[in-house]
Design a protein around this ligand. Structure first.
Ligand SMILES: NC(=O)c1ccc[n+]([C@@H]2O[C@H](COP(=O)([O-])OP(=O)(O)OC[C@H]3O[C@@H](n4cnc5c(N)ncnc54)[C@H](OP(=O)(O)O)[C@@H]3O)[C@@H](O)[C@H]2O)c1
Length: 278
């Protein structure tokens, strides 16, 4: 019997690569996205069905779950992938930008989990995979709001895993480092505030360095493979770092004091920045 996965944010990047990879491996795939009408590649693939799902729209989540169950006869794995980065200094962000970042990256994940749990609990089986980030356990400059969301998901899901284990529901977090996707351009919400210029030199340098990490990064296929590994892992392992930096950076963070670790982060991300003296 073919396994069934439902993926959020499958219109591009990691979500799309994951839909492709699971389909290649013979899974039935519910590739969900905000505007399925725009998607041309995935509908061509065998075993892939497209459904509309906006993580901020509860009805669309319920409907996509129901449609997936009707199309394939059930759901084995849910991949919470939809998300984006609000990037810039905190002082430049409007309350609406902060709210939208948490709505999508945190409450969106909770919304999907809330809707799938009755079904997984009833059948005493299921796997919830969240694409968090290495930025859910460590931090970098000009990503404070994004980190707030990913740290929230890491904390929420780590605690959630206690109460779901008795029902044989596995919770797994995929923690990518930089991955070459639309994350660094189309999807990015660049935080800027008119008249706020004091941070300009800092943002110019750190933004360029962080975008360069995206340019030098591997493609989303490496994450798709890791998600597939996690989906097939019947253990209750919670964390799966993936990408060029994530496994060693997360390991390093565990072994060195925070001040040393921040020195390393600054030497990379703030490279080229000369603080102005008053
Ligand atoms: N790329 C990286 O370096 C990196 C590193 C660590 C973690 N991540 C995480 O990986 C995940 C996927 O990002 P990506 O790198 O693949 O970037 P991406 O190519 O920009 O993909 C983001 C996806 O999220 C979807 N999305 C955004 N808001 C949504 C909403 N309200 N409802 C449903 N879907 C929504 C987008 O849909 P639309 O097409 O409709 O905009 C798009 O499909 C994110 O959670 C991100 O935080 C990325």
């Amino acid at each position: 019997m073919k396994k069934i996965v439902l993926i959020t944010g499958a219109s591009s990047g990691i979500g799309k690569a994951t839909a492709r990879y699971f389909a290649e491996k013979g899974w039935n795939v519910a590739a969900t996205m905000r505007t399925p009408a725009n998607e041309t590649e995935l509908p061509q693939l065998p075993n892939v069905r497209l459904f509309r799902l906006d993580v901020l729209d509860h009805d669309s989540i319920r409907q996509a779950i129901t449609d997936t169950q009707a199309a394939f006869g059930g759901i084995d794995v849910v991949v919470n992938n939809a998300g984006y980065g609000a990037v810039g200094v905190f002082e430049a962000a409007t309350p609406e930008q902060v709210q939208r970042q948490f709505d999508t990256n945190v409450f969106g994940v909770m919304n999907v989990i809330r809707e799938i749990l009755p079904y997984f609990r009833e059948k005493r089986d299921g796997t919830i995979i969240n694409v968090t980030s290495m930025g859910g356990l460590i931090t970098f400059p000009i990503y404070s709001i994004y980190h707030g969301t990913k740290w929230a998901v890491e904390g929420f899901t780590e605690a959630l895993s206690f109460e779901l284990r008795p029902f044989n529901i596995r919770v797994k977090n995929i923690e990518p480092g930089a991955i070459k996707t639309d994350f660094y351009d189309r999807s990015q919400d660049l935080l800027q505030k008119e008249g706020l210029t004091d941070y300009d030199a800092y943002v110019r340098v750190t933004l360029a360095n962080s975008r360069q990490a995206g340019v030098d990064a591997p493609g989303p296929e490496v994450v798709a493979q890791k998600i597939f590994q996690a989906a097939n892992d019947r253990s209750f392992r919670l964390r799966y770092p993936v990408g060029n930096q994530s496994p060693w950076l997360l390991a390093l963070r565990r072994f060195v004091p925070l001040s040393w670790f921040h020195g390393i982060v600054k030497s990379v991300v703030e490279k080229g920045y000369k603080p102005q003296t008053a």
